[in-house]
Write a protein that binds this ligand. Structure first.
Ligand code: GLN
Length: 543
């Protein structure tokens, strides 16, 4: 093997948990990993995470939510896989773009170095150049943490994942045994006669072992807890101790997963194996707060309509979670119903009648936008609480321009290039761009909030710092007319309108930014809390 030249500081990061998946994707490997992280954080450790996405895209920004679910936005503007959102929510941390390693990023960097002459004279190869770059990225992202969870996307055996598994094998080889844990999450299906089957798990562990990796911990995803006999079999055939096999059965609420794996003793086992047990907070002091939060009693249920074009639950995952967080704070169950915006184009009355509140989320492209505008008109005219996010905010401006200002045909220049009234227009700095990837107005920007407004009441401050992802803005030429007609822009950032609200309405609130990305179970997002307040006042407490 050619000699390696990694250039990294081996002291970066202390302990690492590598998480791989077997049998099939979509098993909830990320939630299992994030839940393990939560328990370690509750035990007093600084936990961070790295998500590896073995695709050739440099980032998730250009990917279709239909296929991949939502594009999550980090504070530094990184457009990443939605799993990073789960880590931020479970661990209550802010991650950076460097915490998402993609094949596109790794290869781009190595090829750029090759062109610059950094490898002069050498043949540039997957091993060691690509694997070294992967190791460097993992170590650097782990800097300063006690435990770094590294989740490898996809399933063991995928060609795309091979360089990563090889890099992690080398990584483990270079580190002390008690610093690394391999956790493999697999599926344990039922046979027709109701038996839990371990063969798929055995096969996927065999696959792992053939590339030199022996899992330390196996987590079996199953609709029910694993039987004693199933655990025994997995232990024997996959060559792990009996107490290293854990169940992770289906639950209704992902925030209960940490409680469940705590009951299984996964956290204790991990801390023992990583030699962290002596440093952990006493058991009684660890998880009470989380348990109290996620199991708190709720009174009643409110029904929220999400008017969007993507039927996939994952496409709006951060909005779903933000509604749940607000529900935890207001102690109410939030039932979310997806309403296909294309079905509302001919009128929203009727279709939305049994909704206690309406959310119009972000999006791109014209499909379904007339339905969104209809839903907003319905909410405005019928005093139904409304929250508009990014495109939802922009469509609220369009609706107001059309139906209150009387500007017939008003629209966003993104969706109708010919509109006579482009009340939403391209940001000036976007005009000369050629590349689509990573070029929107992205990440954190500070918004100045007008005192005495709903926004001020919600944020309790005269600024807020939220995350963005857009190319269009409220056209400054129409702001005076819109305000004269009653619309209030209560938050601005330089020339850009960031928040809108309406007086004399239970709750009519829109944001150009995406508050859902900063919402946490422990810290619900103010616009979402205000939304539920509006909903609860509208239902007269009889929800
Ligand atoms: N398409 C709109 C824009 O680019 C809204 C983007 C969004 O909803 N994230 O401004």
């Amino acid at each position: 093997m050619p000699e390696t030249d990694t250039g990294y500081d081996p002291s970066l990061g202390r302990k690492f948990i590598f998480v791989t998946g077997g049998v099939m994707s979509g098993l909830g490997k990320g939630i299992t990993a994030a839940s393990t992280g939560r328990l370690l954080a509750n035990a007093g450790f600084d936990v961070t995470a790295v998500k590896i996405d073995p695709y050739l895209n440099v980032d998730a920004g250009t990917m279709n939510p239909f296929q991949h679910g939502e594009v999550y936005v980090l504070k530094d503007g990184g457009e990443v896989d939605l799993d990073l959102g789960n880590y931020e929510r479970f661990l209550d941390i802010d991650m950076t773009f460097d915490h998402n390693v993609t094949t596109g990023k790794v290869y781009q960097h190595v090829i750029e170095k090759e062109r610059a002459g950094d490898y002069l004279g050498k043949t540039v190869q997957i091993i060691p150049h690509i694997t070294d770059d992967i190791k460097r990225r993992v170590r650097e992202a782990a800097a300063g943490s006690d435990v770094c969870i590294v989740e490898v996307g996809g399933t063991v055996g995928d060609i795309e994942g091979m360089p990563y598994l090889e890099a992690l094998r080398q990584f483990a080889h270079e580190q002390d045994d008690e610093d690394i844990l391999f956790t493999h999450v697999t599926l344990v299906p039922y046979s027709k006669n109701g038996e839990q089957k371990t063969k798929p798990t055995q096969h996927s562990v065999k696959e792992l072992r053939s590339i030199g990796l022996q899992p330390d911990i196996l987590v079996g995803r199953c609709s029910d807890p694993l039987d004693a006999e199933t655990r025994e079999k997995i232990a024997l055939f996959c060559d792990v101790p009996r107490d290293a096999v854990f169940s992770n059965p289906d639950v209704d609420d992902i925030y209960h997963v940490p409680l469940m794996i705590e009951d299984e003793g996964l956290d204790e086992y991990v801390m023992e194996r990583l030699d962290l047990a002596d440093e952990a907070l006493p058991k009684g002091e660890r998880n009470r707060e989380w348990r109290d939060l996620v199991t708190r009693d709720k009174e009643g249920t409110v029904k929220i309509g999400l008017v969007g074009k993507y039927g996939l639950e994952d496409a709006y995952i951060s909005i779903h979670e933000a509604l749940k967080h607000a529900g935890l704070e207001k102690r109410v169950n939030v039932e979310r119903k997806w309403i296909h915006s294309e079905n509302l184009a001919d009128g929203a009355d009727g279709a939305l009648d049994d909704m206690d509140g309406i959310v119009v989320p972000g999006g791109f492209g014209s499909r379904g936008t007339e339905g969104k505008i209809e839903a907003i008109r319905y909410a405005r005219e019928n005093d139904v609480p409304f929250l508009g996010l990014c495109l939802g905010f922009q469509m609220a401006v369009v609706e107001y321009a059309r139906n209150v200002l009387g500007l017939e045909g008003a629209h966003s220049a993104e969706l109708d290039e010919e509109t006579p009234y482009p009340v939403i227009d391209l940001l000036p700095e976007q005009k000369d761009l050629d590349d689509m990837g990573g070029t929107m107005r992205l990440g954190t920007h500070v918004t100045e909030i007008e005192p005495g407004t709903v926004a001020h009441e919600l944020y309790e401050e005269t600024t807020c710092t939220e995350r963005h992802r857009h190319r269009y803005e409220v056209n400054p030429d129409y702001i005076d007319d819109l305000e004269a007609a009653g619309l209030i822009f209560s938050g601005i950032s330089g020339r850009r309108m960031e928040i809108l609200e309406l007086p004399d309405h239970p709750y009519f609130f829109g944001t150009q930014f995406h508050p859902e990305f900063r919402s946490r179970p422990t810290r619900a997002s103010p616009p979402f809390v205000g939304f539920l307040d509006g909903v609860l006042s509208g239902t007269g407490g009889e929800h």
